[in-house]
Design a protein. Structure first.
Length: 230
């Protein structure tokens, strides 16, 4: 079983749309929408959130929310659960965080790693991706050579669009490694998409940490398989 994900939004349409998008990239993950009030208005419903959490099951649950009062509703729901220890609230942008979390869960990450994948999208959504020079000065392993590197040419027709970026970021965020790809954070879906890397582009991967070699191999396998795309 995989980690389940619950989306709490003030809008039923937003919650449904976000889960529909994430499901396209992580079809094996249970994604539950808890949006809007019980009578169809804009707002949040404690009953809807509780029902989603009780339905979730799996190997833990991660909750993503949109606005502040949605967080309060989710926190209130946890107080009513008999065993809230398996439920984690992620502080992450709703759509990008959800996609990154779903891809991580699809790859078999545990609840803590899925939460980290969602929250890794937070900084990238608020800050522009650094250029390679900035990454060298301020990024992972600053002042130390990477533990592992690799260069891989994109072979899929569409290059680094949303789906490949989500797969790459989600998988890397679950590893014990800091990774840069052409100077941007490898665990950032947004950062990877800003590379504008098309077919034939070479991704230069640098990794630091216990899972550095595994991280580079993961990127290489994804790229060389074309991300499962034509």
């Amino acid at each position: 079983m995989t980690v389940s994900i619950v989306v709490v939004s003030h809008s039923a349409k937003i919650a449904d749309g976000a889960t529909e998008l994430a499901a396209q990239m992580a079809p094996g993950v249970v994604l539950l929408a808890a949006g809007g009030t019980d009578d169809g208005r804009i707002g949040t419903s404690l009953e809807k959130v509780l029902a989603a959490l009780e339905q979730a099951g799996g190997d833990g649950t991660v909750v993503l929310t949109d606005l502040g009062s949605a967080v309060m509703t989710a926190e209130s729901a946890l107080e009513f659960l008999g065993d809230p220890e398996g439920v984690l609230l992620a502080d992450a942008p709703l759509v990008e965080g959800l996609v990154a979390a779903a891809v991580a869960a699809q790859g078999g990450a545990d609840a803590q790693a899925v939460k980290r994948a969602a929250e890794a999208a937070f900084g990238s959504a608020r800050q522009p991706a650094p250029d390679s020079g900035q990454a060298a000065e301020e990024g992972p392993g600053a002042g130390a050579p990477p533990d592992c590197t690799g260069d891989f040419e994109l072979v899929n027709q569409a290059g680094m669009h949303a789906r490949p970026a989500a797969k790459m970021a989600g998988g890397l965020s679950s590893l014990d490694a800091e990774v840069t790809i052409n100077g941007v954070d490898g665990a950032s879906m947004t950062g990877l998409m800003t590379l504008g890397a098309g077919k034939g582009s070479v991704l230069h991967v640098e990794a630091w940490g216990a899972d550095a070699e595994r991280a580079v191999s993961y990127v290489g396998a994804l790229v060389q398989s074309g991300f499962g795309e034509p």
